[in-house]
Design a protein around this ligand. Structure first.
Ligand SMILES: [Zn+2]
Length: 475
């Protein structure tokens, strides 16, 4: 029986709602990969201890939407000032076909290491690098790299059977798959990797890239039915921009959320990235069906898409989670940057909607739109809920020991805080991660991931970027 005690933390935020959001005592015991107890605890004979003096403990973050391959195409000058639709063509689609197994693996590793160093223990990767005749198995690489680091991985198997251009006019890497190919690969992945356990290290999700465009309506229903018959969840992008609303309205004569609802793509086993532009009926429908959101405030800000109405969604009944999205539209793809942005943007959105009394409004408002405790809950337990990992995401007895330990001792940004517990989210910046454990196994120690040489990783990244640029130009 392996057991250790993390002692004397300045604060422990649990990821739970209400009065349970903060643990009463400064200590936390882990036994056999699970949280055994919280409170004021004395070490047992022979028990290992971790000194958490001047440290804050959170549940490890759960990132519910990523595109790890984009970790090698950040800050592309051709796309840095573009909105979503032109940016897709300028950056991710341009580089799709340039990836080989080695560069894809390197990108995945960089993205996962960046997340781990911010205190993230679970990653849902929406991988859409699949096309006919592809020379490597991107799914296997994603799982392999997560396992090497010791992170939980939820592979959202993207893909498309439709394209708005003639297939023959497209480069190979942009050609669609057949529905049979999509479903048979999903079946293969589910058989090989999917674990339905509430504390699974590996999950598979059905995730066509975006419902109104990626497949025909009847195919969407078929995918939903197939996924549910195998116990797989559903995930996709939805309603990121006003251009998206316009185009879905002209194609399908209804809102994106109503289109999804009519094709069996709502429910507690479905979550969508973005959901920035929603009308009141859509918010009500998402709430009634308990359909979740992966809120990506930094990517939505970077692309000028807007700010998702997360508070309204949660009030309506939708589970809220937080995600970094791909690094090609978010050059700060770590969870501390993301939750810091989520905290600020929820307040900015509420403040932006407030109106002066002299103009018929109710005056100053917005600062209670999201507390730090809300943001921690969304980024941890909320993420685990949308992924269906019910034993993950909160610090409570019996839950998985996925723990982030932040040191407040060596960065002036934390000095002078009256409430240490909010510091990792409220102060932003780079995390000072003293420890990250996933299922009780240590992934990060004193700001380092075992076996990862960051200088060597950086050199490999520079070489890979140069090769990708050469190949993308040639494509
Ligand atoms: Zn995305």
């Amino acid at each position: 029986m392996t057991s250790f005690l993390i002692r004397n933390a300045a604060a422990i935020l649990t990821g739970l709602p209400g009065d349970a959001a903060r643990a009463a005592g400064p200590d936390l015991r882990v036994r056999d990969g699970k949280i055994a107890a919280l409170g004021r605890l004395a070490p047992e004979p022979g028990e290992a201890t971790v000194d958490a003096t001047d440290c804050v403990i959170y549940p490890a973050w759960v990132n519910t939407h990523h595109h790890l391959f984009q970790s090698l195409v950040k800050g592309d000058p051709a796309g840095i000032n573009l909105t979503l639709t032109p940016w897709l063509g300028a950056t991710p689609y341009k580089y799709r076909g340039a990836f080989d197994a080695d560069s894809f693996r390197l990108a995945v590793r960089i993205g996962l290491v960046e997340l781990a160093l911010s205190g993230c223990g679970t990653v849902a990767d929406h991988n859409y690098l699949y096309y006919p005749g592809m020379a490597f198995d991107s799914s296997e690489i994603v799982f392999d790299e997560a396992e090497k680091l010791g992170l939980r991985m939820v592979l959202c198997r993207g893909g498309q059977t439709r394209t708005r251009q003639l297939e023959a006019d497209l480069p190979q890497a942009l050609r669609p798959e057949s529905l049979d190919a999509f479903l048979s690969d999903l079946d293969r992945l589910a058989t090989r990797f999917h674990d339905p356990a509430p504390d699974a290290m590996r999950r598979v999700v059905a995730a066509p890239t975006t419902p109104p465009y990626s497949m025909s309506p009847s195919e969407l229903r078929e995918v939903a039915q197939f996924a549910r018959s195998r116990g797989l969840r559903l995930h996709s992008h939805l309603s990121e921009t006003v251009g998206y609303q316009d185009s879905v309205h002209s194609m399908h004569k209804r809102t994106p959320v109503h289109f999804c609802a009519e094709h069996d793509w709502t429910g507690p086993d479905v979550w969508f990235a973005h959901l920035v532009h929603l009308d009141a009926d859509e918010i009500a429908l998402l709430g009634q069906t308990r359909t979740g959101i992966a809120h990506c405030p930094q990517s939505n800000g970077r692309l000028g898409s807007g700010i998702a109405p997360v508070r309204a969604l949660e009030d309506a009944g939708s589970p809220v989670s937080i995600a970094v999205d791909g690094a090609a539209s978010n050059e700060a793809a770590d969870m501390i940057s993301e939750v810091h942005a989520a905290w600020l943007m929820a307040r900015a959105k509420a403040g932006d909607a407030s109106r002066a009394r002299c103009h018929g409004g109710r005056g100053e408002a917005g600062a209670d739109a999201a507390t730090v405790e809300d943001v921690v809950r969304w980024g941890t337990a909320g993420g685990a809920r949308v992924l269906g990992l019910d034993a993950v995401g909160a610090l409570a007895p019996g839950r998985a020991a996925d723990i982030a330990l932040y040191s407040l001792t060596e960065d002036p940004r934390y000095f002078g805080m009256l409430d240490a517990g909010i510091a990792p989210v409220a102060c932003g910046g780079a995390a000072r991660l003293a420890g990250l454990w996933v299922a009780g196994r240590q992934v990060v120690r004193d700001g380092r991931v075992a076996g990862v040489d960051l200088r060597a990783l950086g050199r490999s990244a520079r070489e890979a970027v140069a090769a990708l640029e050469r190949r993308a130009v040639a494509a």
